[in-house]
Design a protein around this ligand. Sequence first.
Ligand code: BES
Ligand code: MN
Ligand code: ZN
Length: 497
Amino acid sequence: MTTPKLNLTDTAAAKLTVDALVVGTVQGSDGPELAVGAERVASAFSGDLGKVLSTLGATGKADEVVKLPAGDGLRADVLLAVGLGKPDANGQIGAEAVRRASGAAARSLAGVSHAATTLSALDLSAAVQGTVMGAYTFTAYKSDKGDDPVSKVDFVVDSAKDDTNKSALKGATAIGKAVTTARDLINTPPNDLFPASFAERAAELGKTAGLHVEVLDDDDLRKGGYGGVLGVGGGSTRTPRLVRMRHKGTKGSKKVALVGKGITFDTGGISIKPAANMEDMTSDMSGAAAIVASMVLAAELNFPLEITATIPMAENMPSGTAYRPGDVLTMYGGKTVEVLNTDAEGRLILADALVRACEDEPDYLVETATLTGAQLVALGTRTPGVLGSEEFRDRVASLSQGVGEGGWAMPMPEELRGELDSKLADLANITGNRWGGMLAAGVFLGEFVAEDVQWAHIDIAGPAWNTKGAWGYTGKGGTGVPVRTIGAVLADIAENG
Ligand code: BES
Ligand code: MN
Ligand code: ZN
């Protein structure tokens, strides 16, 4: 992962000597309109820029990129007009539109050395985040790496010395980079990223960021009684791990626990998955990747919070040592679970982690996981489901919408608890039917969260992994969702308690 060099500039856009200059277009009622920030570019352009763009076929719709020679009036070589879509109900262009357009522009700028953007006139932070995320590529396993990402981007602002602008650049860069850190982990194939190597990479990232890191190996897990992680991880020759990372904020600050599902590959185990698309299960550690990246972000932005991450890592494989349907596992903390399907493994490793996380007596607990196919059925590929304590769940969902990740609150209907009753253990790991699978998984997790802890579970089965074409700032593969949601939740707790 290489991030472009990012700078603020208060030189007028028309006077910038760059390879490419980015302007925004808005989908107006009769054709494309130039966005705020493009005025001075348009007035210096030799010709009617709006008319030229329209003749070139531009409409201003999201993800549209139109390039043209910048001509005599400007010092740039090429103008890149990127669509922001339609204004919202209030006639405004929202931050997420700026993020996506900046991402689409950054993707289209691959191979270019020096670009400048006027999208920063709409929203500097969003333009920076979108640029960092959109410029991301993962070519570690390609012999021919293709064009390099754009190497330098200048953001046009009123004042480059202004402290608010400087801190916006710093904060937005850190958030964008955290997303790419998560993507790198997710995109690494499962033969290279398995529990031990994942734990090692997490420890390295954490220590570099100044976090305290502890890695429990399988011996430690046995001594500690982590029956869920050991049960799920037992089928693989690559033994499981549990990583703990700590950011020590100021004394007396709020305590936050973070937990993420780290299944480095999910075959389903003995309840094996069909072959079609099984390769997508390389992304089954996306929750864990998001938590590692969020911890690095927390250290970098030095949130005044005490944050502890508990990250279980295992590979779910079928073998002679694998756990079976019918097994009863004794989880960390002593609850017993009857395994009725070894493919419902995420909740088993998370159960151990949640109980361990609650021993630290956090005020809040945020957990995220590629937990259920039912999330995709209910909410589609891009909308995370948010479950948990009602008030905190709604707060997390609302913050998620605010940062453009679109988390949506989902209920945990009481009657589902009975469906998890087991004939011989405290509970079973699945219900006897396929209805409300995302909700049932949430109810299962809730059994392992201490009563007095405000908690939220974010199901990212769809949103974590993009199997379709690139759009906005999202390429193929790992998306980094919900790093920005967690970043926003931590910032909000730091500010409002
Ligand atoms: N990792 C999967 C969930 C998943 C499915 C993630 C599709 C991303 C895309 C999880 O471990 C799983 O297999 N869940 C089962 C649970 C079922 C057996 C109750 C599912 O959703 O089918
Ligand atoms: Mn599974
Ligand atoms: Zn899984």
